[in-house]
Design a protein around this ligand. Structure first.
Ligand code: UDP
Ligand code: MG
Length: 325
């Protein structure tokens, strides 16, 4: 067995300008993982930090082969950094956490325990969140309520980075935008089991929060994408087509009424705003339907060129067949 196969746990940490936090974070992670007594690695993803985070990491790396550094060329954002870490990680279990010491590595055993019970994803719930009320906690209450309504994956705290995943879950997911908080929702289409555990949360002592209220808007837009992809990504015509039929249908009825008035009742319709509306609705209806049809073509090329299937297999049991299906 080579070394890489022996790694049981990968801890993935995205960081951006967190130099002061890193030595203490390293200490806490190694202490917590040391107690677990399993082979592990730490994957620090330096998301284009402008401070000396990378130098600090290099120093730590020199004394510990379990520490890996991925340095991105510029600041790509937390989601991209996590994604880079997922691609690199080799452990059977992958734990993600923030680099600012707000998440507590002391919670690892709790998360791993749940994974060992058989769950595919374990999500942290920061019951006593230590962040600013107006700019962070209030938007998050609203966002959590909304996300759980829309995605139908019931969690209390989507924004918590402290999560644990089985390897095959994160390796199968592609992330864009600010979507890391939607991993459980995206993964739910694969048919995963999700558990939630209460975790510790601590105030940020060094460095600054990288986010402000404008993030809420971006998260909302991403939610729209996720919702659409979750529900209609393999059948766009059913989404657009329905709108198209409704608007086109209303437009058609209005046009019929107007035609009746003009041709049978001989009422002039040149000064009727309704005429404009009818034309508008008919055009919009056609456009929605064509958009749906274009969507159908795009879905096909997406799934066929990228060899993406419309299903996800857990395992195949076939003792005769040796090649991978
Ligand atoms: N982060 C990152 N790239 C970014 C912004 C943030 O890797 O562009 C990291 C950051 O260093 C931290 C984590 O993502 O480890 C969460 O960020 P932060 O603590 O600023 O968010 P908050 O806790 O305020 O939500
Ligand atoms: Mg933080």
């Amino acid at each position: 067995m080579n070394k890489a196969q022996g790694i049981k746990l990968s801890v993935v940490i995205p960081l951006y300008n967190e130099a002061e936090n890193l030595p203490e974070l390293y200490k806490q992670i190694t202490a917590s993982c040391g107690n677990l007594d399993i082979p592990f690695e730490m994957v620090f993803v330096d998301d284009g930090s402008a401070d000396n985070s990378f130098q600090v990491l290099k120093e730590l790396e020199a004394g510990d082969p379990r520490l890996k550094i991925i340095r991105l060329r510029r600041n790509f954002g937390q989601t991209a950094a996590l994604s880079a870490g997922f691609d690199y990680a080799r452990g059977e279990i992958i734990i993600t956490l923030d680099a600012d010491l707000q998440n507590d590595p002391g919670d690892f055993p709790l998360l791993i325990g749940k994974i060992e019970e058989g769950y595919d994803i374990v999500s942290g719930w920061r019951l006593k969140r230590k962040d600013k009320l107006i700019s962070r906690r209030l938007p998050s209450v609203a966002a959590n309520w909304f996300i759980s309504r829309i995605t139908k994956v019931k969690l209390h705290d989507y924004g918590c980075t402290l999560k644990a995943f089985r390897k095959d879950i994160v390796k199968n997911i592609k992330l864009y935008g600010e979507m890391h908080r939607f991993i459980p929702a995206i993964a739910s289409t694969m048919g995963v089991t999700i558990a939630e555990v209460r975790v510790n949360h601590r105030p940020r002592i060094h460095g600054k929060s990288k986010y402000n209220i404008s993030k809420s808007i971006r998260v909302f837009l991403d939610l729209l994408t996720v919702k659409f992809l979750l529900t209609y990504s393999t059948r766009p015509l059913q989404a657009f087509g329905l709108f198209g039929l409704i608007t086109g249908g209303i437009g058609g009825i209005l046009a019929l009424i107007l035609s009746y008035q003009r041709l049978i009742l001989r009422v002039g319709i040149s000064n009727r705003p309704l005429l404009l509306l009818a034309i508008l609705l008919i055009v919009i209806g056609f456009q929605f339907i064509t958009m749906g049809l274009l969507g159908e073509i795009m879905v096909r090329s997406y799934h066929e060129t990228a060899e993406k299937h419309i299903y996800v297999i857990r395992e195949v049991v076939d003792s005769e067949r040796e090649d991978e299906p």
